[in-house]
Design a protein around this ligand. Structure first.
Ligand code: 5AD
Length: 439
């Protein structure tokens, strides 16, 4: 029997890329491909890319230089994802070893483009298909305990800094019943935590049902103990969505709520649909609806025209909200986005200086909150081995990471732990009791 062809996918960027790679394993699994973790033994090598910042693209270009060495005669090297969509055929010119380039709506075409590459034809596929949900493609997932489920693709928002509308195309939502069916299948195979994915996930609407309906329906699936979603948009937390969150026990007490800036002047020029006060009002409403909710965020520093006074407002917002965590980015010029044309681009040294100060404030605020949690008890889901120290990594409903000693058969189970210490961001923990299964 001939050896089954091997597929290697390296994934960069957001959770949706992780989910899209699972879809690609699904598309190619149907063609008889088996997955490999070793690029040296792969027949097809794909790099699933991010285009949100220049840094992400530079990393991929560097990595292509390394991966091309694994390409034996007859092998296929492809670039997929947002950078593939953004650059299209230019990538074929730039990296001569690349055989195929496919954007996020074109993964169905993988088998065909791979076959054509084997015939020596190099091609780029970057058509948007606003109907594409990959509904008939069962994703092949690696993670068992917790799963990502894409519920919405594309983005209709027009934030002036962001390339995503240009790489992922128009917003579209899967049908609620299809999502529920997929989650039920996951629960039956032992997954108890799901994270619903979308670029502005709480603007989900399938024509009949909104995000509130979706949360209630997924939260009602037997076996789903934890329900998360990312990333929501502040002003899409309608009273209906807040009520669904509060009334659905599986919905976890954590929301990642990208703010981008604490300055209303900057937010306006970013074309965000809220100002500082409106964002703070959403935070207040979330805290009222879900007591004890943890909040994390994304922040951009050095957006064109950002003054020291604007930046100071971002620092004060971090303190005022007291975020549990924040991802901080230096503004990166993305060709084709409206912000390119805004005057007064901020000098690189100033961005570097500002992000340094911001990280200090973020860490300080998070540390104060986390120190106050030492000694408290939490139900954690044990996710797997920790990276170091022979410990297990577990997560609270509030998205805090705890490391604990325990046997590997705790993986996938819920354990009640007491936090014994903190680094400021993660915790050490000890088991108090095994949590009884719900079912
Ligand atoms: N420059 C810097 N950061 C960006 N992000 C998106 N576009 C840019 C850009 N041009 C950040 C935002 C977003 C996160 C995923 O990436 O904070 O929430």
């Amino acid at each position: 029997m001939p050896r089954a062809p091997r597929i290697y996918i390296e994934t960069y960027g957001c959770q949706m890329n992780v989910s899209d790679s699972e879809l690609m394993f699904g598309v190619l699994g149907r063609e008889g491909y088996v997955r490999t973790e070793d690029p040296a033994e792969a027949d097809v090598l794909l790099v699933n890319t991010c285009a949100v910042r220049d840094h992400a693209e530079q990393r991929v270009l560097g990595r292509m230089g390394e991966l091309k060495r694994y390409k034996r005669p007859g092998d296929v090297l492809g670039v997929v994802g947002c950078m593939a969509q953004r650059l299209g055929p230019k990538l074929l010119e730039r990296v001569p070893q690349v055989d195929l380039v496919i954007g996020p709506d074109g993964y169905r075409g993988l088998p065909e483009l791979i076959a054509r590459a084997r015939e020596g034809e190099r091609a780029a596929e970057t058509t948007f298909r606003s109907w594409e949900h990959y509904e008939d493609v069962p994703p092949v997932r690696e993670r068992q305990v917790s799963a990502f489920v894409t519920v919405q693709r594309g983005c209709d928002y027009r934030c002036t800094f962001c390339i995503v509308p240009m790489t992922r195309g128009p917003e579209r939502s899967r049908k609620l019943a299809d999502v529920v069916r997929e989650v039920s299948g996951l629960a039956e195979s032992g997954t108890s935590e799901v994270t619903l994915l979308g670029q502005t996930v709480n603007s989900y609407h399938d024509g009949d049902h909104d995000f509130a309906d979706l949360l209630r329906a997924v939260g009602a699936v037997a076996g789903i103990r934890r329900l998360r979603f990312t990333s929501p948009y502040a002003t899409d937390f309608t009273p209906r969505v807040l009520a669904a969150m509060a009334e659905t026990p599986a919905v976890c007490e954590h929301v990642h709520l990208p703010v981008q800036s604490g300055s209303s002047r900057t937010l306006k020029r970013m074309l965000r649909r809220y100002d500082r006060e409106a964002y703070l009002e959403v935070v207040r409403a979330l805290r009222e609806a879900i007591p004890g909710i943890a909040l994390s965020t994304d922040i951009i520093v050095g957006f064109p025209g950002e003054t020291e006074a604007d930046f100071a407002e971002t620092l004060s917002l971090v303190e005022q909200v007291a975020f549990d965590d924040a991802y901080t980015f230096k503004y990166s010029v993305r060709e084709g986005t409206p912000a390119v044309r805004i005057k007064d681009h901020v000098a690189e040294e100033i961005k570097t200086e500002r992000i340094g100060r911001l990280i200090q404030v973020v860490r300080h605020v998070a540390k104060q909150k986390n120190i106050a949690l030492v000694g408290t008890t939490h139900d954690v889901l044990v996710e797997g081995p920790a990276k170091r120290g022979g410990l297990l990594q577990a997560r609270t409903r509030t998205n805090k990471i705890a490391l604990l000693e325990g046997p590997t058969d705790w993986i996938g189970t819920y354990v009640n732990v007491r936090f014994t210490g903190t680094t400021g961001s993660t915790f050490t923990a000890m088991r108090e009791a095994l949590v009884e299964s719900w079912q």
